[in-house]
Design a protein around this ligand. Structure first.
Ligand code: ZN
Length: 207
């Protein structure tokens, strides 16, 4: 796709600049204006700075994978949270996405382990339970001494389906609770402030 001005279909940007703007615009939250501003800013920066930026993009993509145990983002086979011996080994908090782990860590209220599902059940998008890391979670919980599993999945229709499904899969093995959201339906865990999240965690109830 080339970028033309709408009315006269003139080519506005020289080709490499158009390509850069096009790539930036693919990022979430970046519209055409922001993409243009970022691209022009990048052109003004020293070569070394832009090389460091490009290098960090490639290295992050190459080196960051998923933790074998909890499926959180990790550069090591097992992530720092799973390896941390001071954390409570008998509590697992189940979230949809790695972003939710980061949000919960920021509250500093939770000292257990996590399990990242990698999304929520959404038949409309072709995502069933087998596309998520639910089976590894069931294995983890059934094979270990786990006191409690806390389900912390954003309250949407899909989130609700996922919470109920995961809850049913785990109930045989351990106590399952869900966090109490003071959040409206459809709200995102990631965007809840730390106080609200901490309170939601505190006010969890048994499923
Ligand atoms: Zn982990």
């Amino acid at each position: 796709m080339e970028i033309y001005s709408h009315r006269r279909r003139l080519k506005v940007y020289t080709r490499p600049l158009a390509r850069l703007i096009e790539q930036l615009q693919r990022l979430p939250g970046i519209g055409p204006k922001t993409a243009q501003r970022l691209a022009l800013h990048i052109l003004k920066r020293p070569d070394t700075e832009i090389q460091a930026l490009a290098q960090s993009l490639i290295e992050a993509k190459q080196q960051v994978g998923l933790c074998q145990v909890c499926f959180h983002l990790s550069a090591e086979p097992v992530c720092e949270i799973c390896r941390n011996p001071t954390r409570d080994n008998e509590t697992i908090c189940v979230v949809a996405d790695s972003r939710d782990v980061i949000a919960l860590e920021k509250t500093r209220e939770y000292r257990g382990k996590y399990h990242v599902l990698g999304g929520v059940i959404s038949p409309m998008d072709g995502i069933g339970p087998e596309q998520l890391s639910i089976q590894p979670l069931v294995q983890r919980v059934s094979g270990q001494q786990i006191k409690e599993v806390i389900l912390a999945i954003s309250p949407s229709v899909e989130g609700e389906t996922t919470t109920l499904y995961v809850g049913r899969s785990l109930k045989l093995f351990t106590k399952v609770t869900r966090i109490a959201f003071g959040l409206p339906m459809g709200a995102d865990l990631e965007y809840a402030d730390e106080m609200t999240l901490a309170r939601a965690l505190e006010g969890r109830r048994e499923l």
